[in-house]
Design a protein around this ligand. Structure first.
Ligand SMILES: [Zn+2]
Length: 146
């Protein structure tokens, strides 16, 4: 299903995610039957359901969505274990944090469907941050040498 605001394909999320994360005002509007999540960075819509012609913006969520603020150190990438991109500040630290989250996920300790606005596991996001840190750390040490 494509987002009515930006036209990108959104991923289907469980209704429980909206029930957990919508503000009182958001809940009053009703949780749609087939909510989808829009991960487009600059799109104001976080959830939408085209069948019911509804969209929810970040103002109607109790948390901020990582996908909308990938560079903001105060917004978590992993909501279950509170890891932000800011905390993954260098290659070693980001690997350590990603491994910690992976262990917890493997142990079945995560609660992505009620904690993460995208309603699914954050590990893909953490791996992306870790790769970016590894690249920038390599670039920085290269510059230090020359
Ligand atoms: Zn969108």
């Amino acid at each position: 299903m494509r987002c009515p605001k930006c036209g990108q394909v959104g991923s289907s999320v469980d209704r429980i995610t909206l029930k957990a994360l919508l503000t009182p005002d958001g809940l009053r509007r009703g949780v749609p039957n087939q909510p989808h999540y829009c991960a487009t960075r600059d799109c104001p819509a976080v959830y939408f359901d085209r069948e019911e012609n509804v969209t929810f913006t970040e103002a109607e969520l109790t948390v901020r969505a990582y996908a909308k603020h990938p560079d903001d150190a105060t917004v978590p990438a992993c909501y279950c274990f509170a890891v932000s991109a800011g905390a993954m500040s260098d290659a070693a630290r980001s690997r350590e944090l990603r491994e910690m989250v992976a262990r917890e996920v493997q142990a079945g300790h995560c609660a992505c469907e009620v904690k993460n606005p995208k309603g699914s596991c954050c590990l893909g996001d953490l791996v992306r941050i870790e790769r970016a840190e590894a690249t920038s750390t390599a670039a920085a040490s290269c510059c230090a040498v020359s």
